[in-house]
Write a protein of this length. Structure first.
Length: 341
C-alpha cells in the first residue's frame, strides 16, 4: 500500500514538472541571430547555437536559447576526453590552460603517438597563448550550456563531438611530411596578437566563408579531417538526440526539442549534412601506417622529437598567422585537453 502511494505521488510530481517545463517553453522564441533552426521528419526541433570560442556574448547566446526553449536534450561540441572542463572552476581552468608541462607532453605522446601527440601540444600552446592574451578560460560556452541544462527539468546533456584522438590521428595521417613541417613551423614560430574583437568576428558567417576557403587552399586535408568530418559526426549526434521522447503520464512519444552548441564554423556543414545519409564508421577508422611510413617515421623520429619538442617549450607565444585566423581550426583549440591517465 505504501509503495503504491509513493509510486503514485512520484508519478504526479513527474507530471507536474513536465507541465511546468511545457509552460516555460516558448512556442515562437525570439532567439539570437547566431541560432539556426533545424527540423526532423518526426517534428523534432534542433536549435543550433553557433559560437565563437573565448566569447562572452556566445555564453549569453547559449543561456538565452536554453532558457527560452527549455530543451529535452543539450548537445555540445565536446567528447569524453574533454568533459572535465565542464566541472572545473574558471580560475583552475585559466591556470591549467596556460601551463603546458613535461607531464602533459608525455601523456599526449603516450596516448596519440609522437607526431599526433606533439601536434596536440603545439595546438595547446596556441590555446594557452589566446588564454593569456584574453584572460579567459576556454570552453565557457560549454560550461554555460551544462549549467543551464541542469536547471531544465528532464533535460539530458550529451557530448556530441568525435573523440579527439581519432581526429588527431586522422589529421596527421592525411598530411604529407612537408605539410606537417609547415603546420608545425606556423604554430611554433609565427605570432599574431588576438583581441576580443577578433574573437567576435568569428561569429560572422561572411568572414567564416572567406577564412574557410583560405584553409582549404592552405591545408585541404586538415580541413577535411578537423572540420568536414566533424561536421558529419556532429550532425549524426544531433540527429540521435532529436529522436522522439516519452511524455508522462502514459509515455506517449512526442517530438523532441534539442539545443546544439557548436563552433560557428561547423554550422553550415551541419546544415548541408542534415538530410543526407551519413557513414559514421568511415570517419572513425584510423588506417595503419604503410611500410614506407614506418621506415620514414623511424628515421625521422629523433630529429622530429628534437625539433618539435624544443618548439613546444620555447615557443610559448608562437602562433601561425594562417592557422590562428581560421575559426574552424580555432574551434578545436579550447576543447583540446590532455586526459589524465
Amino acid at each position: 500500500h505504501y509503495f503504491g502511494t509513493f509510486h503514485s505521488a512520484d508519478s504526479e510530481a513527474v507530471e507536474v514538472l513536465w507541465q511546468v517545463r511545457s509552460q516555460r517553453r516558448q512556442k515562437d522564441p525570439e532567439l539570437p541571430e547566431t541560432v539556426t533552426r533545424l527540423t526532423t521528419p518526426e517534428g523534432s526541433i534542433v536549435y543550433l547555437v553557433g559560437t565563437a570560442h573565448f566569447s562572452d556574448s556566445s555564453k549569453k547566446d547559449v543561456a538565452t536559447t536554453i532558457q527560452a526553449v527549455q530543451p529535452d536534450v543539450v548537445v555540445v561540441e565536446l567528447c569524453q576526453y574533454r568533459v572535465s572542463m565542464l566541472k572545473m572552476d574558471e580560475k583552475t581552468l585559466l591556470k591549467e590552460a596556460k601551463d603546458i608541462n613535461l607531464e602533459k607532453v608525455q601523456q599526449a605522446i603516450k596516448q596519440n603517438g609522437m607526431m599526433s601527440g606533439l601536434m596536440q601540444i603545439l595546438l595547446l600552446k596556441v590555446s594557452a597563448h589566446i588564454t593569456e592574451q584574453l584572460g579567459m578560460a576556454p570552453g565557457g560556452e560549454f560550461r554555460e550550456a551544462f549549467k543551464e541544462a541542469g536547471k531544465v527539468p528532464f533535460c539530458k546533456f550529451h557530448l556530441g563531438d568525435r573523440p579527439i584522438p581519432v581526429t588527431f590521428k586522422r589529421a596527421i595521417a592525411a598530411l604529407s611530411l612537408w605539410q606537417k613541417a609547415r603546420l608545425a613551423w606556423g604554430l611554433c614560430f609565427l605570432s599574431d596578437p588576438i583581441s576580443k574583437e577578433d574573437v567576435e568576428k568569428c561569429k560572422q558567417k561572411d568572414l567564416l566563408e572567406q577564412t574557410m576557403s583560405e584553409m582549404i587552399g592552405e591545408f585541404p586535408a586538415l580541413h577535411r579531417t578537423i572540420v568536414a568530418e566533424r561536421d558529419i559526426y556532429l550532425t549524426h549526434t544531433l540527429r540521435q538526440a532529436a529522436r522522439c521522447v516519452e511524455a508522462p503520464p502514459h509515455a506517449e512519444k512526442v517530438p523532441a526539442v534539442v539545443v546544439g552548441v557548436v563552433g560557428m564554423g561547423h554550422v553550415s556543414g551541419i546544415e548541408r549534412n542534415w538530410e543526407k545519409e551519413l557513414n559514421i564508421s568511415e570517419i572513425m577508422s584510423v588506417a595503419p601506417p604503410s611500410r614506407l611510413g614506418i621506415v620514414m617515421r623511424t628515421m625521422l623520429k629523433v630529429a622530429m622529437w628534437g625539433l618539435l619538442g624544443y618548439a613546444c617549450y620555447r615557443a610559448s607565444k608562437g602562433m601561425g598567422r594562417v592557422i590562428l585566423s581560421l575559426p574552424t581550426v580555432r574551434s578545436l583549440l579550447p576543447d583540446i585537453r590532455t586526459p589524465s591517465c
